[in-house]
Design a protein around this ligand. Structure first.
Ligand code: FAD
Length: 342
């Protein structure tokens, strides 16, 4: 917040495999709403080493409404090191004069946000799913909504004038920032980085499950439970997910049984997902599983037990054997997507 009461927000432009993540654009959209008409929005991208990836990410943020994108490019930041990245974001906060910092509620965002908040002595609002801009509705200040108790209740936090806040936004919940008019793009500026003393050094990151679509950002998830019966049983689910351009997920039951990696687990002790379409196959619908997926836009449940609790949250229920239903759905979707007008 500046002397004039205007909010300056800073967005962390998180990249994965050299590409800007979609949630970074959703964070930018949230920041534009939080700053309101009179406020300013900056962004920061962090990384190191050769290649144009950081510059491309910066250009995309600038083209979607970040007035200044700070580029912290240093060999020490080539790998994700939370302390170093938090320091780089802190430098950008100072450069921007930002009072509100917005990150994606991803593994990296969850690691960085409390570190940045502690550095700045700021508050922290995590896992935001809705943003009401200042001046709208009953509040003169922006209002942030976040789910509590695994989605059973919602809390609203008002962004008090002058308060410093670090906010994380849940992927797939908020609209991404739209491109601005040609000629109105923001500036891209290099920001020098002074490496702080580090307590931890990350030597490498091992990826356990390698789908082409990130589970947290997937528009479509085909999830399997213990009803899938084996690792091979996941093959028809993977095929359906591929046809729909989606990702494969799992219940803990399936992970515990060794059918798939825990990286796919959705639920209270796994990932929280909010895709446009969630297809639950052979999942009973235990409360701990629902905690991670019940906010999905459309839920389809396939289960041979008509009394399975999953049908209680499903928009569409199919009572049947998943090994018959899933291949049939795959064939139908394949046919429809090949002839969209038919
Ligand atoms: P089951 O409950 O065994 O259900 C299998 C379902 O498959 C049944 O409904 C059955 O009718 C159906 N089925 C079987 N064969 C077929 C077929 N051929 N076609 C169609 N349907 C079929 N669970 C999570 O998922 N995520 C979590 O994060 C999580 N965290 C937990 C945390 C705690 C502290 C605890 C105590 C538990 C947690 N659990 C979690 C476990 C949870 O309570 C359930 O045990 C688990 O979700 C059950 O997995 P499931 O639905 O795959 O298996």
């Amino acid at each position: 917040m500046t002397d004039t009461g205007k909010i300056t927000a800073l967005v962390y432009g998180e990249c994965l495999d050299g590409k800007l993540r979609r949630v970074a654009l959703e964070a930018l959209g949230a920041a534009r709403r939080l700053a309101g008409d009179g406020g300013a929005v900056h962004a920061v991208v962090v990384g190191g080493g050769p290649g144009a990836a950081l510059r491309e990410a910066a250009a995309e943020l600038a083209a979607r409404g970040a007035e200044v994108v700070h580029v912290v490019d240093d060999p020490a930041l080539a790998g994700f090191a939370p302390e170093a990245y938090a320091a780089a974001i802190g430098a950008a906060v100072d450069a921007a004069g930002a009072s509100v910092i917005v990150l994606g509620h991803t593994a990296a965002g969850r690691e960085l946000a409390p570190r940045v908040a502690a550095r700045l002595g700021a508050g922290h609002v995590a896992d935001v799913t809705a943003v009401e801009p200042p001046g709208d509705g009953r509040a003169a200040s922006a209002v942030l909504t976040r789910p509590l108790y695994a989605g059973k209740a919602f809390e609203q936090r008002r962004l008090l004038p002058g308060a410093r806040q670090v906010v994380t936004v849940r992927p797939n919940n908020l609209p991404a920032a739209e491109p601005v008019a040609a000629g109105a793009e923001g500036a891209v500026a290099a920001l020098p980085y002074a490496a702080p003393p580090l307590w931890t050094v990350v030597r490498g990151i091992a990826r356990k499950a390698g789908g082409t679509v990130d589970l947290a950002e997937a528009d479509v998830i085909v999830a399997g439970g213990r009803g899938v019966r084996s690792a091979e049983g996941f093959a028809p689910l993977a095929e359906l997910a591929a046809v729909l351009g989606g990702a494969v997920g799992a219940s803990r039951g399936a992970c515990d049984a060794g059918y798939c990696d825990y990286a796919l687990q959705i639920g209270q002790t796994g990932k929280t997902v909010t895709p446009k379409l969630y297809i639950a196959c052979g999942i009973s619908g235990a409360i701990q599983h629902l905690a991670g997926m019940s906010q999905s836009r459309v839920i389809v449940a396939i289960n041979k037990d008509p009394d399975a609790p999953i049908f209680g949250v499903a928009d569409y229920g199919i009572v049947g054997d998943l090994f018959e239903v899933v291949p049939e759905l795959t064939a139908q979707f394949r046919r429809m997507l090949a002839n969209p007008g038919a």
